[in-house]
Ligand binder design. Structure first.
Ligand SMILES: Nc1ncnc2c1ncn2[C@@H]1O[C@H](COP(=O)(O)OP(=O)(O)OP(=O)(O)O)[C@@H](O)[C@H]1O
Length: 233
């Protein structure tokens, strides 16, 4: 499999303040990565940096073999970076179906394929963006990213604030995307064990630096180490 994403010694932040330091890792097509760490260590900032929304102080980011450091955010999205931000950003004046058709690009994903994996969205197809539960909004946010036929999904705390039954439904869908369909993914999650169960590899950040990098299964099996790395102090 060819290289999809490669960060080399990335140091980035907001204005002069640095929140990521010397971050290096790479992913191949089909790889799945859990990005873990306590609150405020820079997980969201890393995804935001991939989308070009922080200030890159030094280092390089390659996407499909090309340097994307100077590529604007919308072109990164068109190039296959499917970002699902924590905030979800639903439009109250658009229906579920309009949220999807407005971004459709005639690629691998279309409405029937989306509705097959999210039957709940088909049931709600005529509901407005502000008439959805938190779980439905999260499903729509993921579905909207898929409609652009991304080569990687960047999921920022997809389970946050959702009822356990919805979390199970979303987990099943994300697991299907990652394990059955081979979708590349980076999952930022407070629920570390959940993220580890979905992915092959885990990186843990602390104060903007990578402090652990291993396969997900071995970190999941070492509960003591996992708690030391991610538990709230
Ligand atoms: N827009 C911003 N401007 C300035 N500083 C920011 C901004 N967003 C985040 N930060 C700072 O960057 C650091 C990393 O925050 P970030 O949200 O990336 O961490 P996180 O690991 O995703 O945390 P959480 O799990 O709480 O979302 C924090 O100190 C935060 O205050």
């Amino acid at each position: 499999m060819s290289e999809l994403l490669a960060l080399d010694k990335v140091t980035a932040g907001y204005g002069d303040s640095i929140v990521l330091e010397d971050v290096s890792f790479s992913m191949k097509e089909g790889d799945s990565l859990a990005l873990l760490g306590r609150n405020g260590v820079g997980k969201t900032s890393l995804l935001v940096t991939l989308m070009g929304l922080t200030r890159l102080h030094s280092g390089s980011i390659r996407w499909c073999g090309g340097d994307i450091v100077r590529v604007p955010t919308y072109r990164r999205a068109h190039a296959g970076l499917g970002w699902v931000p924590q905030e979800r950003y639903m439009f109250p004046s658009l229906t579920v179906e309009e949220h999807l058709t407005v971004v459709a690009r005639g690629g691998e994903w279309d409405l029937p394929k989306i509705y097959k994996i999210f039957p709940r969205l088909e049931e709600r197809r005529n509901n407005m963006g502000n008439q959805l539960s938190g779980g439905e909004q999260q499903m729509l946010a993921i579905a909207r990213a898929l409609m652009v036929s991304p080569r990687i999904l960047l999921l920022d705390e997809p389970m946050e604030g959702l009822a356990p039954i919805i979390v199970q439904e979303l987990l099943r869908v994300i697991r299907g995307l990652v394990k059955d369909m081979g979708m590349s993914v980076i999952v930022v999650e407070q629920h570390a064990r959940m993220a580890l169960s979905l992915t092959q590899r885990a990186i843990v950040l602390d104060r903007g630096r990578i402090v652990h990098d291993s396969d997900s299964a071995s970190l999941l099996a070492d509960g003591e180490k996992l708690d030391r790395l991610v538990a709230v102090a």
